[in-house]
Design a protein around this ligand. Sequence first.
Ligand code: AMP
Length: 209
Amino acid sequence: MNIILFGSPGSGKGTQAMMLENYLHLKRISLGDILREEIGKDSELGREVKSYMEKGVLVPDELISRVISESIDTQGFILDGYPRNLNQVNELEEIMRKSNMEIDVFIYLNIGQQTIIDRLSKRRVCKNCGANYHLENVSPKKEGICDSCGSELIQRKDDTPEVIKKRWKVFFDESQKILDFYQNKNRLIKIDGDGDREKIFGKIKEKLQ
Ligand code: AMP
């Protein structure tokens, strides 16, 4: 099965993608995680994408294109954070067509703006495995330390109020065209993304069945 998880920043797509990865044993491809890893390694790609990510704008398509064509797996995957504009939709369609594959499900996690601000400003992520926490709702057992791998939890540089606003606008400007595309292909599943992660995951599983 090939799945896309789509939603605004803070919609919980990263968290749900990790839960689905464990549940379905499919490869999870998170563009944001891949790019942050490259920045951490100070690779050439990392240096190229850093300033875009810190500003909360999209990284140019030609850089993303390199990453995505190396990551797509013919054994099935869960895409998190891609596609993010119509050009990327078309590129993905082309990759899928060449490999004789299809996107089976496009899951849209829909949430309100207040939830986004609350989730992102109180989010902490593991700098090693990328697991997500929330200062109030999903706190780790030991403060500042990841439950899964024991590494340090940090606040992402783009989780500041100003950059959150910018990221939301970027999402808002591009999202409708993408939603229309998958709706027309009859692949769109809309999920209410407000509420706790287990409840949302339950709704996703129900729809997938
Ligand atoms: P995310 O972790 O999904 O919130 O992504 C963080 C940032 O990475 C975004 O604000 C963009 O700067 C960049 N990014 C992630 N995925 C893409 C993509 N598909 N196209 C362009 N930029 C991306």
